[in-house]
Design a protein around this ligand. Structure first.
Ligand code: ADP
Length: 258
């Protein structure tokens, strides 16, 4: 694991004029120019329907741009091409976990990379350690709680050692304890570039060093999370609330009495 100062600044993701519209519908992404450097932890915020999930599906090659270009680590994304550099954590784990035990599930990805057994074991052990789910190894994933399932899915992705991981609403349906566990380990890991869509702005504030505000298929703001989220007018103009932790105590007090 590299310290922040040693992270190389190669491009993890680059989009140029990225435009997408679902068949017969107006464009969802409108000429998006975006550059994410290796090692960045980028939060993507914005109202529902802003195009976050569409952007992620384009990154994974599930759908192809209507026009424009999208590159991962300097190589164009192609439909259906498996890119081991990219890991994806979906909002719902029910389709992501399918093996009889957690151990098998977390091993599945690295096994499919064709790694030898000892390497698979080492990676699985490491992923268990990072996510703190070692005690679940022998359990069937479908018997686990939502929070446990999410950590198992994350362990499975990390065991493949991707260079970039996309998280779609990672704190949704997590209780306070699991949310805290997720925050702690995301903050402690600096190996992967992260792209995280979330409505949980306090979470983005704690974990990310950059935030992109996406609305109506374009980037409305891009910068330091604290600076963007403290801008009440900007946030409200895009249907977002300034996070509570950024509201000065006096203002907070005033709100409580409204
Ligand atoms: P977000 O993840 O930011 O909520 P999405 O990328 O899911 O936004 O959706 C962006 C827009 O695209 C929305 O208006 C949504 O209704 C539309 N959309 C999403 N998926 C489809 C689809 N399969 N067919 C047509 N429209 C879609």
């Amino acid at each position: 694991i590299l310290p922040d100062s040693m992270i190389s600044s190669g491009k993890a993701l680059q989009t140029v004029g990225l435009t997408y519209h679902y068949h017969g519908r107006p464009p969802v992404l409108k000429g998006l120019d975006l550059e994410i450097l290796e090692g960045e932890r980028v939060g993507v915020i914005g109202p529902n329907g802003a195009g976050k999930t569409t952007l992620f599906m384009l990154c994974c090659g599930v759908i192809m741009p209507t026009s424009g270009d999208i590159q991962l680590f300097g190589k164009q994304v192609k439909t259906g091409e498996f890119r081991p550099e990219l890991g994806m954590i979906f909002q719902n784990q029910n389709d992501q976990l399918f093996c009889p035990s957690v151990q098998d599930d977390v091993s599945f990805g690295p096994q499919n990379l064709g790694l030898d057994r000892s390497e698979v074991e080492e990676r699985v052990k490491e992923a268990f350690k990072i996510t703190g789910i070692g005690d679940l190894a022998q359990r069937p994933p479908h018997h686990l709680s939502g929070g446990e399932k999410r950590l198992v899915a994350i362990a499975g992705v990390l065991a493949m050692r991707p260079r970039m991981v996309i998280y779609d609403e990672p704190t949704s349906n997590l209780d306070i304890r699991f949310r805290r566990r997720l925050i702690n380990f995301l903050k402690s890991t600096t190996r992967e570039t992260m792209l995280i869509a979330s409505h949980d702005l306090e979470f983005i504030l704690e974990v990310c060093n950059r935030v992109i505000l996406l609305d109506g298929g374009t980037i409305s703001a891009d910068g330091i999370p604290r600076e963007i989220m403290s801008n009440r007018e900007l946030m409200e103009a895009h249907g977002l609330e300034k996070p509570h932790s950024l509201i000065p105590h006096k203002e907070n007090h005033h709100l409580e009495h409204e």
